[in-house]
Design a binder for this molecule. Structure first.
Ligand SMILES: *Cc1c(COP(=O)(O)O)cnc(C)c1O
Length: 389
C-alpha cells in the first residue's frame, strides 16, 4: 500500500498508444465498441468499459480512484459540484418517512436542501448542536436513517468527535455522512472512524486554485452503487474537463494543504494577540473549545481562520473594504487569501438570532488563508485592521 502523496501522483488511467506521461483529457461524450457482443456485455455490466460520459469517463474514473485511496474508501462517484454530491448522497438512499439528524452548523446550501426541499418528499430532520454532543443520542428517532455533519464546520469551525459519532451511528444502525471539505483527506479521514459516506466540494481545496466546480461522494461499496445509479439516471455527473483539472490538482494537495495550515496557524496566533480582535477560532489553537478533539482527528489545523472584530457588522464591512491584497469572493481553499464577512453576505438572510445559533457573530470575519508569503498576508490584514478603526 503506497503512501498518500504517492497515490495522489501515481494513480493514473491507462496510457493510450501515444504513451503520454501526463494523462490526456478525454473530452468525449461517448465511447465506441468493437462489436455488438462487447457492447452487450458492457451494457450488461458483465465487462468493464466506458459507455457514455454521464456514466463513466477515464478522467472522472481516475479522479475517483485517487480519492478512494486518499480517503480509504471502497468506492466513489464524482459529481458536478459539492452540492450535487451531498444531494445525491441523501436522495439515493432515503425515502419518504425517513429522518435525518444533522448538525446545525452546516453549509448554507446544505441547510436549504435539508430544511426546504427534503420535506417536500416527506424526509424530515432534526438539527443537533455540535457543542452539546450529550444531547444527540436522544434526538435519534426510530426512522432516523442518516446522521449528517461537517467538521470543521463552515464558517464557525466547530469540530465534532468523529470516533464518538462513528460509534453512535453504529449503535443505532444509521448511515454516517461526513462533509470533509474543510479538512480534506490529507488532514482527516472520517471513514477511519466509522463514517459510511464522505462528501466533498472539490471546488475548494481539492482544486485549490479556484478554477472549476466539482464534487465527489465516497464510501461503502453498496451505498455508492445506489448513489451511482441515482446519478447515472439523473445526470449530475462531473465533466471530463473538470475531472482532468481536479485529478492534476490532487497531485499537489498534500504540500498545498500543509502550507495552507502553516500559514493559517501563524495568522491565527498573531490575531489572538491583536487588541482589535475579540476572539479567534482556529482548530489548533489551545483556545478552541474542541482543541483536544481536533488534535486527535486532524493532523494539522487546516487553512481557515475566523475572528471576531471589535465593532461588529459596521467594522466588519469596513475591514473588508480596507483590504488591499486579500480577495473578496465567495470561494475558499484557493491559493489566494480570501476574506468574507458572513453576517452581511452568506448569512444575511437569517435573523441575528438564527445567525448566533449557528455561531455567526456580527463581527465575524472568515479568512481562507492562501499560499502567498505569510508576511504579505499578515501585513495586509494588519493594515486593514488599523484602517477600519
Ligand atoms: C462549498 C461547500 C459546499 C458546496 O460545494 P459546491 O462545490 O459549491 O457545490 C459544501 N460544503 C461545504 C463545507 C462547502 O464549503
Amino acid at each position: 500500500m503506497k503512501k498518500f502523496e504517492t497515490n495522489a501522483i501515481r494513480t493514473q488511467s491507462e496510457q493510450t498508444n501515444n504513451r503520454e506521461h501526463s494523462v490526456p483529457l478525454y473530452l468525449t461524450s461517448s465511447f465506441t465498441f468493437d462489436d455488438a457482443e462487447q457492447m452487450r456485455a458492457i451494457f450488461a455490466d458483465e465487462q468493464e468499459g466506458n459507455i457514455y460520459s454521464r456514466f463513466v469517463n477515464p478522467n472522472s474514473t481516475e479522479f475517483e480512484e485517487k480519492m478512494c485511496l486518499m480517503e480509504g474508501a471502497e468506492a466513489g462517484f464524482a459529481t458536478a459540484s459539492g452540492m450535487a454530491a451531498i444531494f445525491a448522497s441523501i436522495m439515493a438512499l432515503l425515502k419518504s418517512g425517513d429522518h435525518i439528524l444533522s448538525a446545525s452548523s452546516i453549509f448554507g446550501s446544505t441547510h436549504t436542501v435539508i430544511a426546504k426541499f427534503l420535506p417536500k418528499w416527506g424526509i424530515t430532520h432534526t438539527y443537533a448542536d455540535i457543542n452539546k454532543p450529550e444531547t444527540w443520542e436522544a434526538l435519534i428517532q426510530k426512522n432516523t436513517k442518516m446522521i449528517f455533519v461537517e467538521t470543521p464546520s463552515n464558517p464557525g469551525l466547530d469540530i465534532i468527535d468523529l470516533e464518538w459519532l462513528g460509534e453512535l451511528a453504529k449503535k443505532h444502525n444509521v448511515i454516517l455522512n461526513v462533509d470533509n471539505c474543510f479538512a480534506t483527506p490529507f488532514l482527516q479521514q472520517p471513514i477511519k472512524y466509522g463514517a459510511h459516506l464522505v462528501t466533498h466540494s472539490a471546488t475548494k481545496y481539492l482544486d485549490g486554485q479556484g478554477r472549476v466546480l466539482g464534487g465527489i461522494v465516497l464510501g461503502k461499496k453498496e451505498l455508492i452503487k445506489e448513489i451511482q445509479t441515482f446519478c447515472r439516471s439523473t445526470g449530475p455527473s462531473l465533466s471530463p474537463f473538470n475531472a482532468w483539472v481536479l485529478s492534476k490538482s490532487l497531485e499537489t494537495l498534500a504540500i498545498r494543504v500543509e502550507r495552507h495550515s502553516q500559514n493559517a496557524h501563524k495568522l491565527a496566533g498573531l490575531l489572538e494577540n491583536h487588541p482589535d480582535v475579540l476572539q479567534v477560532r482556529y482548530p489548533f489553537l489551545l483556545s478552541h473549545p474542541q482543541f483536544e478533539i481536533a488534535k486527535r482527528q486532524m493532523s494539522m489545523g487546516g487553512g481557515i481562520v475566523t475572528f471576531e472584530i471589535k465593532g461588529g457588522i459596521v467594522r466588519g464591512r469596513k475591514f473588508l473594504d480596507a483590504l488591499q491584497m486579500c480577495s473578496l469572493t465567495a470561494n475558499l481553499g484557493d491559493t489566494r487569501t480570501i476574506a468574507t464577512h458572513p453576517a452581511s453576505t452568506t448569512h444575511a438572510k437569517l435573523s441575528e438570532e438564527e445567525r448566533l445559533a449557528v455561531g455567526i457573530t456580527p463581527g465575524m470575519v472568515r479568512i481562507s488563508v492562501g499560499l502567498e508569503n505569510i508576511i504579505d498576508i499578515v501585513s495586509d490584514i494588519e493594515q486593514a485592521l488599523e484602517k477600519s478603526k
